[in-house]
Ligand binder design. Structure first.
Ligand code: ADP
Length: 395
């Protein structure tokens, strides 16, 4: 049985083709600059990387070429081998509490919810429509980033603002990266052979969120109404006092959208360090005994402080934690980041093994045997989660 996982952006389409018998990726790739000059695709198969510049005027072109290449490169014998297509969908508001078969109603809802994810929902619809056109008889499944967080209780998801904002305008915490947090919870529960775990899942990449999970369900999460909230990120501020917005509007003559744009694109590591949004550059600059070094240090310290604060908050909320998991770009790869966060948590009895913590991109326990809490690095796999949900629903 073969399933394709799709992540459609406004000008890109990522795919992974899975053999569901062994849950392994057969081929994966990316179609880029769809509808823009200089479009191309890259397909990875059998240890080889095939890249070609080719005109892609829309997502349907990309899907047609993708399916054609899968056959002509002998990755599959015919399109009949594709049993299902799973789509990563970003915003399902509070209507979609789990993955579902994609119907016209789902597509209409994605369009109706577009104000909640203006960059993502319309792009997701383009991906769905392209597959519907090219593979009309193959079932499609939608896997929402927001769905996993739908188990939060009112006191977690409500903001302390007029209740009518929630009732009339849907102002509440939705949370994101849900498919990744769900994958982390499933993987660590299977590894430890327990379903009753208290897990703090730290998905820290360019964007990042921390989620408190109890018995496999989300209790609270750091991102909010939008992915701007929570921890400090590569270019996003995370939580700030909202009064800063009107103050800066007046001081710098900007409108509200422009200030939000700065909070999304020019803040976080980039804003505070004035060096880079990439933790690798920050860590490299921290070694300098000059102005660059102190800029990098202040960004690193603020970053790790905000992550520590959320872990500490969720430790209390959960009444302790069995496992803290690190995943995504920084979580999987950045030794100094994990070291600092865990040092900050030492008063809770969290201890890591500095040798084990050198791990990059591999599943590994990094806590010492006398640590109060297990600490693991768990590489995330949202594509596999999408394929597994698709398999379950098409069966
Ligand atoms: P996204 O949120 O866009 O999916 P990723 O999860 O791929 O991002 O994370 C990308 C970020 O991870 C980079 O911006 C960088 O800060 C960080 N990162 C990746 N590799 C390393 C590394 N080896 N050391 C430190 N940081 C890393």
């Amino acid at each position: 049985m073969k399933i394709i996982s799709i992540n459609a952006g406004s000008s890109s389409l990522k795919f992974s083709l899975f053999n569901m018998d062994d849950k392994k990726v057969i081929a994966s790739g990316l179609f880029e600059r769809i509808g823009i000059d200089g479009s191309s695709y890259t397909i990875k198969y059998n240890g080889e990387k095939i890249k070609e510049e080719i005109e892609l005027s829309n997502h349907t072109d990309a899907v047609k070429i993708l399916l054609d290449k899968l056959v002509t490169l002998n990755i599959i014998k015919s399109l009949d081998e594709i049993d299902g297509v799973g789509h990563r969908l970003v915003h399902g508001k509070d209507k979609y509490k789990e993955s579902c078969l994609i119907t016209d109603e789902v597509v209409n809802d994605l369009i109706a919810f577009k104000d909640f994810a203006p960059l993502h929902n319309p792009a997701n619809v383009l991906g769905i429509q392209a597959f519907k056109e090219v593979l009309p008889n193959v079932p499609m499944v939608g896997v929402f980033d927001t769905a996993f967080h739908q188990t939060m209780e009112e006191e977690a998801y409500l903001y302390p603002v007029p209740y009518s904002w929630y009732k009339e305008h849907g102002v509440r915490k939705y949370g994101f990266h849900g498919t990744s947090h769900r994958y982390i919870a499933k993987t660590i529960s299977e590894h430890l052979g327990r379903d009753d775990l208290k897990i703090i899942s730290c998905h820290v990449g360019n964007g990042g969120s921390i989620t408190a999970i109890k018995d496999g369900k989300c209790v609270d999460t750091s991102m909010g109404f939008t992915p701007l909230a929570g921890i400090m990120m590569g270019t996003r501020s995370g939580d700030v006092d909202p009064s800063i917005i009107t103050y800066i509007m007046e001081q710098e003559g900007l409108n509200a959208k422009e200030v939000i744009d700065v909070l999304n694109k020019k803040s976080g590591l980039l804003g505070l360090s004035e060096i880079s949004s990439d933790m690798r550059d920050i860590v490299a600059a921290m070694g300098n005994d000059d102005e660059q070094g102190s800029k990098a240090k202040r960004a690193f310290l603020k970053y790790t402080r905000t992550v520590t604060n959320y872990i500490a908050q969720y430790y209390v909320l959960l009444g302790g934690a069995d496992v803290i998991c690190f995943t995504a770009g920084l979580g999987e790869n950045s030794e100094p980041f994990r070291k600092k966060v865990c040092e900050n948590l030492s008063c809770l009895g969290v201890k890591i093994d500095n040798d084990a913590n050198k791990v990059m991109g591999e599943f590994k326990k990094i806590s010492t045997d006398d640590s109060s809490t297990l600490v693991y690095v768990v590489p995330t796999d949202e594509e596999l989660m999408i394929a597994l949900d698709t398999l379950k629903l098409i069966n």
